[in-house]
Design a protein around this ligand. Structure first.
Ligand code: COA
Length: 362
C-alpha cells in the first residue's frame, strides 16, 4: 500500500479462492465498504449483499471481467472502485460502480477513481463508460434524465459525475412491496390476469438448478432482457445466453447461498416458454427479496402475462420465504408497462438510481 502526500492510497483487491484464508481480508473490506455506502445512500440495508453472496460472481470472468480497488485515507477504507467489462463479442462498454463513503467524498478521491476507470477502459480498448448508482434522496436542486422521464437530487456523486463530463441518460425508480401486509392486491392481480390470458397459457415454476426441459427457453428469454427493457441512450450489449451461461448464472446463486424461484408462462399451442419472472433472496430467506428479471416475449404481450407470472410468483413466495419483509425492484421511469404492473401489485417508490454515461474520445 503506497499513499500519496495527502495520505490517499488506492490498491487492487485480489479475488480470493475462499473467504477463509488471510488473502480474503481485502475482499471482505471491499464488501463492507459497498454495503456501508449503500446504507448511507438509502438509509437501510435493503440492497446489501454478504461476501458469501458476492464472491462467486467475482470468480466468474467468463461473462463479465471485473476489477476492483479499495481507496484508503491514512490507511482507513473510504471507497471502492469497481470496473466491469461485459464479455459480449465487440463490446465497447465498461460498467463501473464507485462507492465513496460520505467521509471520503472529495474531488481528489472521485477523480482518482475516474482516472483509474479511464486508464483501464483505454487499456481494454473500450470507450462507453456507464454506471447506475443509487442516489441519496434530498431536497434542493434536481437533475432531469435526458430520456425525459424522472429526475434525481444533485448529491455529491451526481456533482462528481457531472464535473467529469458524464450525462444522466436515464432514471430508475426503486420500489418496494411489503410482503408482511395485506395480500389482496396480489390475489386480485393474479385472478384478473388469469382471466385475461384465457386458457392459452399454463404456468410452470422451478428453483435452481433449472430442470433440463426449461433451460433453453429460459436462456432465450434472458437474452431478450438485454434488448427489450427500455435503456434510453445507455448502451446495453445484446447478450448471448445459452444453456452453459444459465448454468454459470445459477451456480453463482447456489454457491452464494441464495434462493431463487422462477415462474414462467408456457404457450399451450407451441409449448414454448414465453414469459417469466425471478425472485431471489439470501440470508436463509429472511432478508429483503430482490426482484430479478421479468419479461414477456414481444409476440405474446398484451395478455397480462407480466402480471400473471409476477402475481403467481409472489403468492408462492409468501410460503417459500415467509419471513422476508419486502421485495425491492428497479424499473426505468419510462417503463410504463412494467411500472403499471408493479403499482397494481402495491409496490411503492422508495428511491432513485441514475443511468450515467460518458463516451471517451480515442
Ligand atoms: C413489462 C412487460 C412484461 C409487460 O408485458 P405484458 O404483461 O404483455 O403487458 P400487458 O398485457 O399488461 O399490456 C398492456 C398493454 O400494453 C401493451 N404493451 C405491453 N408491453 C409493451 C411494450 N414493451 N411495448 C409496447 N406495448 C406494450 C400491450 O400490448 C397491451 O396493449 P393493449 O391494451 O392495447 O392490448 C413487457 O412490456 C416486457 O416484457 N417488457 C420488456 C422487458 C422489461 O422491460 N422488463 C422489466 C425490466 S425492469
Amino acid at each position: 500500500m503506497t499513499a500519496d502526500e495527502a495520505g490517499l492510497s488506492i490498491d487492487p483487491v485480489v479475488i480470493p479462492l475462499s473467504l477463509d484464508g488471510p488473502d480474503a481480508t481485502d475482499f471482505l473490506t471491499m464488501v463492507d465498504v459497498r454495503n456501508a455506502v449503500l446504507r448511507e445512500r438509502t438509509g437501510d440495508d435493503d440492497l446489501a449483499y454478504s461476501a458469501v453472496e458476492l464472491l462467486p460472481g467475482w470468480q466468474n470472468d467468463e461473462d463479465e471481467e471485473g476489477h476492483v480497488w479499495i481507496a484508503r485515507q491514512d490507511g482507513i477504507p473510504i471507497a471502492r472502485f469497481v470496473v466491469e467489462f461485459p464479455m459480449e463479442a465487440g463490446s465497447d462498454v465498461v460498467w463501473f460502480a464507485f462507492d465513496v463513503l460520505a467521509a471520503g467524498s472529495r474531488p481528489d478521491v472521485w477523480n482518482a477513481g475516474f482516472d483509474l476507470l479511464e486508464r483501464t477502459a483505454r487499456a481494454h480498448g473500450r470507450h462507453v463508460l456507464q454506471s447506475e448508482p443509487v442516489h441519496r434522496p434530498g431536497q434542493g436542486e434536481v437533475l432531469k434524465a435526458r430520456s425525459g422521464f424522472g429526475e434525481i437530487p444533485i448529491d455529491d456523486q451526481a456533482r462528481a459525475l457531472l464535473d467529469r463530463g458524464f450525462a444522466l441518460e436515464q432514471v430508475d425508480r426503486i420500489s418496494a412491496l411489503d410482503l408482511q401486509g395485506d395480500r389482496s392486491l396480489i390475489e386480485r392481480g393474479f385472478a384478473d390476469a388469469l382471466a385475461a390470458s384465457a386458457g392459452a397459457y399454463t404456468l410452470v415454476e422451478w428453483t435452481f438448478p433449472t430442470p433440463d426441459e426449461f433451460v433453453d427457453g429460459y436462456a432465450a428469454m434472458m437474452a431478450r432482457m438485454s434488448t427489450d427493457a427500455p435503456s434510453a441512450d445507455l448502451d446495453w450489449d445484446a447478450e448471448t445466453w445459452d444453456a452453459e451461461r444459465i448454468r454459470r448464472y445459477e451456480r453463482e446463486a447456489i454457491e452464494g447461498e441464495r434462493f431463487t424461484n422462477i415462474v414462467a408462462a408456457r404457450h399451450v399451442d407451441s409449448g414454448e416458454l414465453v414469459a417469466f419472472t425471478e425472485l431471489h433472496v439470501g440470508d436463509g430467506r429472511t432478508g429483503v427479496t430482490e426482484q430479478g428479471a421479468t419479461l414477456v416475449l414481444a409476440e405474446h404481450r398484451g395478455h397480462r402475462l407480466g402480471m400473471l407470472v409476477k402475481a403467481a410468483n409472489l403468492l408462492t413466495w409468501l410460503d417459500l420465504a415467509p419471513e422476508s419483509p419486502r421485495v425491492s425492484t428497479f424499473n426505468a421511469e419510462e417503463n410504463r408497462h412494467m411500472l403499471a404492473v408493479n403499482e397494481a401489485l402495491g409496490f411503492e417508490p422508495v428511491g432513485y438510481a441514475g443511468g450515467w454515461k460518458k463516451v471517451l474520445e480515442d
